[in-house]
Design a protein around this ligand. Structure first.
Ligand code: NAD
Length: 317
């Protein structure tokens, strides 16, 4: 297996933007692009490789599944995206079929790399990819709430007039409507967020965090209403996940992965803070949650588990 080789499957808005961000990152030496629409992957590969003279030496090409057997990272962004008024869970049946067909191809090539699922609903599709591939759970990761957490940190940073890189706060649970912000331990470089907010003149803290949460939860809907799709934020999130894995950073990111007892949840994928290294998931971090946060996370897990059970009943997984 070649750790410096990446495959991107699905070359629409998200796949192409992730590819661009990964090229700029310099993390990989080889990139293969795959799409059911071969002209599209060829066009993207040509366009992306034309920046090489001013970027990084890298082999970029459109290929097919035989090209990915030795890829260290396989990123799946294929599938329908949300239309205005659609939730991520509305996409489920269409995208489960697409995900199964892709992962069956990957499985046939005896790949040893790490699968990173980005297509929505990401938690359900990560679970489908895990079941269909038969890979060990540490190798099957969903981008989960890494993007939502970035949005949370950005919105808090804007409100409190502080660099979002100094904001320590997570969104956990489903990447979707039942996602849960963890404010009880949120801090600005070690100072509890409540205290920092007061220093910045916010005295209705509960009102402020509710507004922050609504802003974050509705971000994708607001972007889709204006431009039809979201792709830059997720591309940076995907780059960050790849970086943590390829550089064996042991960074903590809220990716989606199989729950095997963490927080009392089993047999579903959702996001909790996770230590990531060269083999993918190293450890789930059992962060403190207050009762309200735990109840919301439990509701999020039940929402996802219900969808999995429906898909099982329909014979889709
Ligand atoms: P898009 O329609 O622009 O692109 C989808 C691409 O997938 C198309 O090029 C299509 O030809 C390809 N495709 C479809 N079936 C395929 C198959 N069987 N094999 C290979 N390629 C196939 O959509 P988009 O805006 O790029 O969104 C892609 C996915 O990413 C959607 O599910 C969207 O909801 C999701 N998304 C996830 C996040 C996140 O945070 N996880 C953020 C944004 C978008």
């Amino acid at each position: 297996m070649d750790k410096r080789k990446v495959a991107v499957i699905g070359c629409g808005f998200v796949g192409a933007t992730c590819a661009f961000e990964l090229i700029e990152s310099g993390l990989f030496l080889e990139m293969v692009l795959i799409d059911v629409d071969k002209k599209r992957s060829e066009g993207e590969a040509m366009d992306l490789s034309h920046g090489s003279a001013y970027s990084h030496a890298m082999k970029i090409y459109a290929g097919d599944y035989d090209d990915i057997y030795d890829a260290g990272m396989i990123i799946i962004t294929a599938g329908a995206n949300q239309k205005e008024g659609e939730t991520r869970l509305d996409l489920v049946r269409k995208n489960v079929k697409i995900m199964k067909s892709i992962v069956e191809e990957i499985k046939k090539r005896n790949c040893e790399g790490i699968l990173l699922i980005v297509s929505n609903p990401v938690d359900i599709l990560t679970y489908v990819a895990l079941k269909v591939s038969g890979f060990k759970p540490h190798r099957v990761i969903g981008s989960g709430t890494v993007l939502d957490t970035a949005r949370l940190r950005y919105v808090i940073g804007e409100r409190l007039m502080v660099d979002s890189r100094n904001v320590h706060a997570y969104i956990v649970g489903e990447h979707g409507d039942s996602e849960v912000p963890i404010f009880s331990t949120a801090s600005i470089s070690g100072i509890h967020m409540n205290h920092f907010a007061q220093l910045r003149g916010y005295f209705d803290y509960e009102g402020m965090i509710q507004e922050v949460y609504e802003d974050v939860k509705n971000s994708a809907y607001e972007i889709i209403k204006r431009k039809g799709a979201t792709y830059y934020g997720i591309a940076v999130a995907v780059k960050r996940i790849c970086e943590a894995i390829i550089k064996d950073e042991h960074s903590i990111l809220p990716v989606s992965s199989l729950m095997e007892g963490a927080f009392g949840f089993f047999d579903l994928c959702l996001s909790v803070p996770t230590v990531l290294g060269r083999d993918g998931v190293e450890m789930l971090v059992d962060i403190y949650l207050n009762n309200d946060e735990f109840d919301k996370l439990e509701y999020s897990s039940k929402t996802l588990r219900t969808v999995i059970e429906e898909l099982e009943e329909e014979g889709l997984i």
